[in-house]
Design a protein around this ligand. Structure first.
Ligand SMILES: *[C@@H]1O[C@H](CO)[C@@H](O)[C@H](O)[C@H]1NC(C)=O
Ligand SMILES: *[C@@H]1O[C@H](CO)[C@@H](O)[C@H](O)[C@H]1NC(C)=O
Ligand SMILES: *[C@@H]1O[C@H](CO)[C@@H](O)[C@H](O)[C@H]1NC(C)=O
Ligand SMILES: *[C@@H]1O[C@H](CO)[C@@H](O)[C@H](O)[C@H]1NC(C)=O
Ligand SMILES: *[C@@H]1O[C@H](CO)[C@@H](O)[C@H](O)[C@H]1NC(C)=O
Ligand SMILES: *[C@@H]1O[C@H](CO)[C@@H](O)[C@H](O)[C@H]1NC(C)=O
Ligand SMILES: *[C@@H]1O[C@H](CO)[C@@H](O)[C@H](O)[C@H]1NC(C)=O
Ligand SMILES: *[C@@H]1O[C@H](CO)[C@@H](O)[C@H](O)[C@H]1NC(C)=O
Ligand SMILES: *[C@@H]1O[C@H](CO)[C@@H](O)[C@H](O)[C@H]1NC(C)=O
Length: 344
């Protein structure tokens, strides 16, 4: 465009520079808008008057739990509108014992505030636990926040936190100050590779040789387990995997109990000896060109944070694996993600 009018080139360059600077500036603003830091919640103290033997006045013999939270906005130049925060307390073992809330409020940038939370817990909680010397509680906090940047409010962002607290028999916090962190997310389990070696060799395509009694009856697969958590490592119990064709169990394999660190991936290559029943699968594949197998996975996991382990969580998953002529996962599937087993 500058070809015919040379004197204007400078102006175009100057305009271009301005546009680039403006574009960069707005990119920075957009980036900041999209990535404000989540506010932090710290448990400052924790008190269960009913467990405090030094104060045996009858007034205190009720089921109140009191704690103080420090709520901090770590962002420079960004204010935060907090919606009502719902707080609930669970006893290790997953029984809800009570809840409360923190009303909505606004917090300026780089500010910190303290909120007292009083929870009236269920009566039976005390009846069951007063005997033990240590009470493990899980504190959950759920809210939504909006950030204000340059006078504009962002959309709502979910804050879903969890903290583990140990209370001594005197009703006071035993553990040092704890931070609430994001609730642990379940690990993901994916079958990334699957093969039936006896179908692998495409030249050997005589039905009888594939199905003969002494053909290789192994099935191999690779299971990839991913821990998506930044704060939690995961302890897996033994992982049992079962392979099914329809309702026939073809074989089983076990991955020994192990620990997986934060943000880690692990691959487990496994072979399953599917001895007799595999012949039906092979017959179907040779006849029909395809079949579907099902992988069932059972285990229990515990999350670990700040040196403490949560209770066991049961895991029961299922995945359907379409098998092609070559004995491998058919279609352009990169992998089969296992999902929660549906009850039949
Ligand atoms: C005992 O409880 C009462 C009533 O809540 C309170 O005023 C007092 O400070 C407590 N005493 C001690 C030693 O904690
Ligand atoms: C608490 O109970 C003990 C006896 O169990 C008694 O000696 C003490 O004076 C009581 N304290 C208060 C503050 O009532
Ligand atoms: C239980 O005790 C606390 C502290 O003494 C008091 O603030 C609260 O009102 C009491 N709750 C009930 C239900 O009596
Ligand atoms: C209470 O604690 C004692 C000693 O720690 C224990 O022997 C007993 O079984 C406990 N009772 C209950 C109901 O948990
Ligand atoms: C908190 O509880 C109230 C009332 O039960 C509910 O309307 C609100 O959606 C809850 N907030 C969150 C963030 O779950
Ligand atoms: C495999 O099958 C194809 C037809 O499906 C046939 O043409 C070929 O000769 C067979 N190969 C062997 C080694 O049997
Ligand atoms: C395979 O084994 C079965 C019994 O185990 C037998 O009846 C059959 O003849 C065998 N087939 C071949 C091809 O060897
Ligand atoms: C079957 O094939 C797999 C993979 O090729 C091999 O590791 C295994 O030893 C074979 N098993 C038998 C019984 O031939
Ligand atoms: C063959 O495949 C078709 C669909 O592709 C399916 O409907 C049929 O049930 C299969 N046959 C057998 C014996 O599995």
């Amino acid at each position: 465009m500058g070809k015919g009018s040379k004197p204007h080139i400078d102006i175009y360059l100057w305009l271009l520079q301005i546009i680039i600077v403006l574009a960069l500036a707005s990119l920075v603003i957009i980036w900041v808008c999209l990535h404000p830091k989540t506010p932090t919640y710290t448990i400052l103290d924790f008190y269960i008057p009913a467990l405090d033997d030094s104060n045996n006045s009858t007034v205190n013999r009720n089921s109140t739990i009191i704690f103080n939270l420090q709520i901090s906005n770590p962002n420079k130049g960004i204010g935060i509108y907090y919606d009502q925060a719902n707080v609930s307390i669970q006893q290790a073992g997953n029984q809800d014992i009570g809840g409360s809330f923190i009303p909505c409020f606004y917090q300026g940038h780089k500010k910190s505030t303290r909120r007292e939370v009083t929870v009236n817990a269920l009566e039976q909680f005390w009846k069951t636990d007063l005997n033990s010397t240590l009470v493990d509680l899980i504190l959950r906090l759920k809210t939504e926040v909006r950030y204000t940047i340059l006078g504009r409010k962002t959309k709502h962002h979910m804050v879903n936190l969890e903290g583990h607290v140990s209370i001594g028999s005197d009703g006071k916090l035993v553990e040092i100050i704890l931070w609430l962190s994001l609730r642990p997310q379940s690990p993901t389990y994916t079958i990334t590779d699957f093969s039936i070696p006896s179908l692998d060799n495409q030249n050997q395509n005589t039905t009888s040789s594939v199905i003969s009694n002494n053909s290789n009856s192994t099935v191999s697969l690779v299971l990839k387990i991913k821990n998506p958590n930044k704060d939690y490592s995961i302890y897996f119990d033994d992982i049992n995997m079962k392979l099914y064709h329809g309702s026939d169990a073809l074989g089983v394999t076990t991955i020994k109990a192990y620990k997986q660190d934060k943000k880690e991936n692990e691959n487990f290559p496994r072979t399953i000896d599917a001895d007799g029943p595999l012949r039906n699968v092979l017959r179907e594949i040779l006849k029909n060109g395809t079949t579907e197998l099902r992988v069932g996975l059972d285990t229990k996991i515990r999350f670990k944070i700040w040196g403490r382990k949560t209770k066991h969580h049961g895991v029961q998953l299922d995945g359907r694996v379409p098998i092609g002529k070559d004995g491998k996962i058919s279609g352009k599937n990169k992998g089969i993600k296992l999902h929660k087993r549906s009850k039949k």
